[in-house]
Design a protein around this ligand. Structure first.
Ligand SMILES: O=C(O)CCC(=O)C(=O)O
Ligand SMILES: [Fe+2]
Length: 336
């Protein structure tokens, strides 16, 4: 295995409540969360065949004819689902537009689900290309498998904070979930230092579970300010904490910037599949017990998960930070 600089958590014997290695894994979770907020997981329970099939689908989707992708652009979707073109997003406002293309989808909540009826962000409809009839069921299966893992990681996070294992379960009623499939063309030779596949950004939600192909290119900023490569390790996923987690832990756990440059692929495209997990729209995000010392003022206002997202969206309207700084599915569903 190549050298890895980020911690590696083996979830073997820690995948179910009460399982024997849970406390040990929770300790490793805490150490990683208090540092860069990034770590690998292996023994994660998501079958490799499911991940491989999802990469095959990602390639099929993102190499459909341009006219098909344009017809299903996220610009035509109130829920920002569908295709996003090369250069359409600039994750780092001080850099060039991102050299990546994406396809976005989410969980298939029924039309009569109260959140769909209420028009809450992230609970809208998917857009699917007729050319790939298997895509909806495949993506739903992949998301359900990742959701199971995300829920377990939330339980391990609870243990890591010395909370009951099921502390965050209540926040998981109708979770906000976004699946993104990304294709990065090779990094242009001679590109300047402001050129990225994905510019530096933090994720906004709770947990991101990232499957990446074998090319590498994801870089993570440590609390010391240096950038380290999240080298692909076979059989692992990369997990990172989003901005909701510092809010939940009064800053004890970190969500750190990361970026992508497809520089090591020998001219091939790089594919990655981030799965963004966020709790129920109405879940309260308040500092968990033990994270605010007596007499200390909490660093963040209490809010719901939906409000947290709205505040993040508003940032994109702020004059300087018209940053479009986050995954598009986390941007306002109404484009300014
Ligand atoms: O492609 C990757 O490795 C990371 C993608 C990412 O950071 C994102 O979509 O938020
Ligand atoms: Fe990200």
């Amino acid at each position: 295995m190549p050298d890895a600089q980020l911690p590696l958590l083996d979830l073997h014997d820690a995948l179910t409540p009460g399982s024997p290695r849970s406390a040990e894994v929770a300790r490793q979770f805490r150490a990683a969360a208090q540092d860069s907020g990034f770590f690998y997981v292996r023994g994660h329970g998501v079958p490799q065949a499911l991940i491989d099939a999802q990469f095959a689908l990602a390639e099929q989707l993102l190499t459909l004819p341009a006219a098909v992708r344009e017809a299903l652009s996220i610009r035509h979707s109130p829920a920002s689902r569908g295709f996003e073109a090369l250069g359409a997003q600039t994750l780092d406002a001080s850099a060039h537009p991102d050299l990546k293309e994406s396809f976005y989808c989410g969980l298939a909540y029924p039309d009569d689900h109260p959140y769909v009826r209420a028009g809450y962000q992230t609970y809208g409809h998917n857009q699917w290309p007729a050319e790939l009839p298997e895509a909806p069921a495949r993506c739903e299966a992949y998301q359900q498998a990742m959701l199971t893992l995300a829920q377990r990681l939330m339980q391990l996070m609870a243990l890591s904070l010395d909370l009951p294992e099921h502390y965050f379960d209540a926040a998981n009623g109708s979770p906000m979930v976004t699946l993104r499939m990304v294709r990065y063309p090779p990094h242009p030779p001679g590109a300047d230092e402001h050129t990225f596949g994905a510019g530096a950004h933090t994720d906004w939600g709770a947990l991101t579970l990232l499957a990446q192909d074998h090319h590498g290119g994801l870089e993570v900023c440590t609390p010391r300010g240096d950038w380290i490569e999240a080298t692909p390790l076979p059989g692992t996923l990369v997990v990172n904490l989003g901005d909701m987690v510092p809010r939940w832990t009064n800053g004890r756990y970190h969500s750190n910037p990361h970026r992508v440059r497809n520089r090591h692929s020998g001219g091939a495209a790089r594919y990655s599949i981030p799965f963004f997990y966020e709790p129920d729209y109405l879940a309260p995000i308040t500092p968990v017990p033990g994270t605010v010392a007596p007499g200390e003022t909490p660093r963040f206002e209490p809010c719901t998960a939906g409000e947290h997202l709205r505040q993040m969206y508003l940032k994109t309207y702020a004059p300087k930070a018209a940053v479009a700084a986050h995954p598009v599915a986390e941007r306002p569903t109404v484009t300014p």
